[in-house]
Design a protein around this ligand. Structure first.
Ligand code: PNS
Length: 162
């Protein structure tokens, strides 16, 4: 049986921390879907299509495994996407106790909704302080975000000066 997992998130934009988790997860499953999902609780910087495009570029340029698929989802529950593609596992990166508190209710709800389990991965501690919200703030104020994001993202933010 093929083991298929989904790494969901806003990816607004993808960071080096995300890439690290995606790389680790790709080694654990036969097929890994990196899924860009609109989060209504966050005000977005980039359109979904741009986030997908930057993820695809970053994954290609970092030479990540070829069992990774990038997609987006806006039509309902995350577990509906999992059912559509035959995924039984969600993967999330956990940087701190704050992340545990944020992720735990979602993991339980997703398990109750559709028996989809959530696996938490610990990222490289070098990325423990990196978040998309920090990147959005620094970039928005004209700072250098290149230590925190893939080259494609740094170049895009520099070009668009968003
Ligand atoms: O990167 P984020 O913003 O922390 O990701 C949160 C996300 C998009 C994974 C979460 O909001 C989500 O799962 N949204 C899909 C809607 C859904 O299925 N909700 C019910 C179960 S939590």
């Amino acid at each position: 049986m093929r083991r298929i997992a989904v790494v969901p998130g806003s990816f607004d934009p993808v960071t080096l921390g995300h890439l690290d988790v995606i790389d680790r997860a790709a080694g654990l499953f036969d097929e890994l879907h990196v899924l860009v999902v609109h989060n209504p609780d966050k005000s977005a910087l980039l359109p979904i299509s741009q986030r997908v495009s930057l993820l695809e570029q970053a994954i290609r340029e970092a030479g990540l495994p070829t069992n990774i698929v990038v997609a987006s989802w806006s039509m309902g529950l995350l577990v509906d996407y999992c059912m559509d593609v035959g995924a039984s596992v969600l993967v999330k990166g956990i940087r701190s106790q704050v992340d545990v508190a944020y992720e735990t209710p979602m993991a339980i709800v997703n398990r109750n909704l559709a028996a989809v389990e959530t696996v938490f991965l610990l990222p490289d501690p070098a990325n423990a302080h990196v978040s998309s919200s920090l990147v959005r703030q620094v970039a928005g104020l004209g700072g250098d975000v290149s230590p925190y994001v893939p080259r494609a993202v740094a170049e895009y933010l520099e070009r668009s000066r968003v």
